[in-house]
Design a protein around this ligand. Structure first.
Ligand code: C5P
Length: 440
């Protein structure tokens, strides 16, 4: 064997595509996967695919011999990032230094964690990239041990696991069963899909768990599309990512979340009640049908302000004359958020978004007042590195008594910050809006 860390057999179960059921579970989460050298490393590309399908960004570290069990190229392909194998790699360090990497991670997952890796971590060594990052990070570190059953049972390994537990490391598995060496017993790495299920619990508490417990939150996101004819439409640029991230942050903060999503918005967590719509009118109807008992409404959708007065039943043909012009009569769509702010069942807190290109602060403040909103989140969309289809955003939350500036960060981080701030700023308005205690 190339390594003394004797692995699980694995060939009794070839993992398939890791379940996509919980797409959105890890939206925007930074997961640092460290792969140490055991045969179970061959399962890590499945793990990376599953994590990414669930919305995570994944950086990967390999220990010195891990490439013998899994190809760095395969991991690079599935993670979409280059794989780091050396603490002393100048190029990689220049891109993101190891301390930066330790800070970047929301959670560090070591899978497989070999007996040697456990021993090094228990001893606090820092002689390679994995062990150095583990000492430097403030993120939870989750271990998925994998080794021969006798190595696992050895008092030294058991002592190391107790030490790691005392130091705050978290352990998933190992499973018991047939092993590659022919032995049977504990030491098989937990299957990727089960690692993912357990990992969620370590990621979620980093958010504002409990802040919105018992509250109903309604979020709109994405564009609306308004038909001109059966093949053409009017719409806005919008990926829906920011609204998805807000719905997810609210869910993790304990809220009962309904998401009204326009076309093309990515999957969300199964725990979010999602309604898919196409037009502004459909969005308006879905919102008003679900307004009862809502404490917080966040309108992130880029709603088309106008729609063709009459959509043509057949595809409109070219006139054939060069330079000919054509006219489409437009009619104004309902302003959904303004109608929510005026509704008899007005949520305690109504928050809008303003994507502005010029005179941004004045336009956003004016919009807040005109629409009757408690707060507005200003996006400067003239900066191409944020907003629209980017995964980053920067914003200013403007409300009657002040404002909060959120510098450039991932949309999920921004959503977490907003959902962290809103219950604090509007504590009085939100108090006593628990739908469970409401009579209607
Ligand atoms: O007026 P403007 O579209 O810039 O306003 C942006 C805010 O208003 C966002 O919160 C957006 O979701 C909401 N909006 C709406 N219905 C419309 C237009 C905008 O809810 N028809």
């Amino acid at each position: 064997m190339a390594t003394s860390d004797n692995p699980d057999k694995g060939d009794s179960h070839i993992p398939g595509e890791v379940s996509r059921a919980d797409a959105g579970t890890f939206n925007g989460k930074h997961i640092l996967l460290a792969v140490s050298s055991g045969i179970a490393a061959y399962k890590t590309p499945y793990l990376v695919r599953g994590l990414r399908a669930a919305g995570a960004e994944v950086e990967i570290i390999l220990t010195a011999n891990a490439h013998r069990f899994v190809s760095p190229m395969a991991l690079q392909a599935v993670s979409g990032r280059s794989v780091r194998q050396d603490l002393w790699d100048e190029e990689a360090e220049a891109a993101m230094g190891h301390i930066e990497l330790a800070k970047w991670a929301d959670v560090v997952l070591i899978a497989p964690a070999t007996a040697n890796t456990l021993a090094k971590l228990a001893g606090g060594l820092a002689d390679d990239l994995l062990s150095t990052v583990c000492l430097a990070t403030e993120a939870p570190v989750v271990l998925a041990p994998a080794m021969n059953q006798r190595m696992y049972r050895h008092p030294a390994t058991q002592q190391n696991l107790r030490t790691l537990d005392d130091q705050g490391y978290h352990v998933i598995g190992p499973d018991s069963g047939d092993q590659a060496c022919g032995d049977t017993g504990p030491g098989r790495m937990t299957e990727p899909e089960d690692i993912m299920l357990q990992l969620e619990a370590f990621v979620a508490p980093a958010l504002q768990a409990g802040l919105l417990t018992g509250k109903k939150v309604l979020v709109t996101t994405g564009p609306t599309v308004e038909a001109i004819d059966p093949v053409r439409f009017i719409s806005n640029h919008s990926s829906g990512l920011q609204g998805l991230a807000i719905a997810e942050a609210a869910r993790l903060a304990g809220a009962e979340v309904t998401l009204v999503a326009g076309p093309g918005v990515a999957d969300c967590h199964a725990g979010i009640h999602r309604l898919d719509v196409r037009t502004a009118e459909e969005m308006y109807n879905a919102v008003h049908a679900n307004l009862s008992g809502v404490s917080l409404f966040v309108g992130v959708a880029a709603v088309a302000d106008y729609r063709p007065k009459q959509a043509a039943e057949q595809k409109i043909k070219r006139s054939g004359e060069a330079g000919a012009s054509m006219h489409i009569e437009l009619t104004e769509n309902p302003d959904i958020i303004a109608s929510v702010a005026k509704a008899a069942e007005r949520p305690a807190v109504v928050v809008g978004f303003a994507a502005e290109t010029n005179n941004t602060h004045a336009h956003a403040s004016d919009k807040r007042l005109r629409k009757g909103l408690d707060a507005i989140v200003l996006n400067d969309v003239s900066d191409p590195t944020i907003g629209f289809n980017s995964s980053n955003n920067a914003a200013t939350l403007i409300y009657a008594q002040g404002e909060v500036v959120f510098p450039r960060q991932s949309k999920q981080q921004l959503a977490n910050s907003l959902i962290g701030q809103i219950p604090e700023i509007f504590a009085q308005q939100l108090a006593g809006t628990n739908p469970a205690s409401m009579t209607k």
